[in-house]
Write a protein that binds this ligand. Structure first.
Ligand SMILES: CCCCCCCCCCCCCC(=O)SCCNC(=O)CCNC(=O)[C@H](O)C(C)(C)COP(=O)(O)OP(=O)(O)OC[C@H]1O[C@@H](n2cnc3c(N)ncnc32)[C@H](O)[C@@H]1OP(=O)(O)O
Length: 144
């Protein structure tokens, strides 16, 4: 769940579950990168722009134990043509706690055809036939 903040920014929380473990008792870095990517990606909804991640540069600053709540804060830093630059931090111990992870991202605006041309028809059909408009849109994010 991400919430709109001041300007083009969002905050979110992600709880590290046992299934997210990499080293014993610690979050896997790829899962933390996913949490950052998802939070950054939700900024594009505020711009009403369809965009995909082109580049995601991640710093892992501190280990994040399982059961930790990661407090995420993301904001757009610049928009240039189809390019949307954004940055995010993930803090532990509270929203003002120490930074555990951070990322800088470049999202590229795409047409809806990007998904129609590259996605698998069966999954596209299944997502588009959902009568709930919000669920239909969110089906194009993390999609278990
Ligand atoms: C069906 C209904 C759908 C409904 C709605 C769905 C909502 C969906 C929400 C979905 C959420 C899902 C989110 C996910 O899960 S995103 C999943 C992970 N991301 C991807 O799969 C993206 C894969 N990549 C591509 O498809 C293409 O490479 C894209 C589309 C990104 C660009 O290829 P395209 O041919 O289009 O553009 P271009 O090459 O002319 O580049 C344009 C500009 O960008 C610059 N650039 C590009 N890459 C990089 C880079 N890595 N570093 C630095 N710069 C980079 C480039 O220099 C140029 O700059 P400039 O020369 O203009 O200055």
């Amino acid at each position: 769940m991400a919430r709109a903040g001041e300007g083009v920014s969002v905050t979110a929380e992600f709880t590290v579950q046992p299934a997210h473990q990499g080293a014993p008792g610690l979050a896997h870095g790829g899962v933390l990168a996913t949490a950052l990517d998802e939070t950054l990606g939700s900024l594009n909804w505020l711009l009403r722009t369809i965009a995909v991640t082109g580049r995601l540069e991640t710093d892992f600053v501190r280990p994040v134990p399982v059961d930790t709540v990661l407090h995420l804060d993301a904001r757009i830093t610049a928009v240039h043509g189809r390019k949307i630059y954004s940055t995010a931090t993930g803090r532990i111990g509270g929203p003002e706690g120490p930074v555990a992870v951070r990322a800088d991202a470049l999202f590229i605006e795409v047409k809806v055809d990007h998904f129609i041309d590259n996605g698998r028809p069966a999954e596209i059909q299944a997502a588009m036939s959902d009568p709930d408009q919000v669920r239909r849109a969110r089906a194009f994010e993390v999609n278990p």
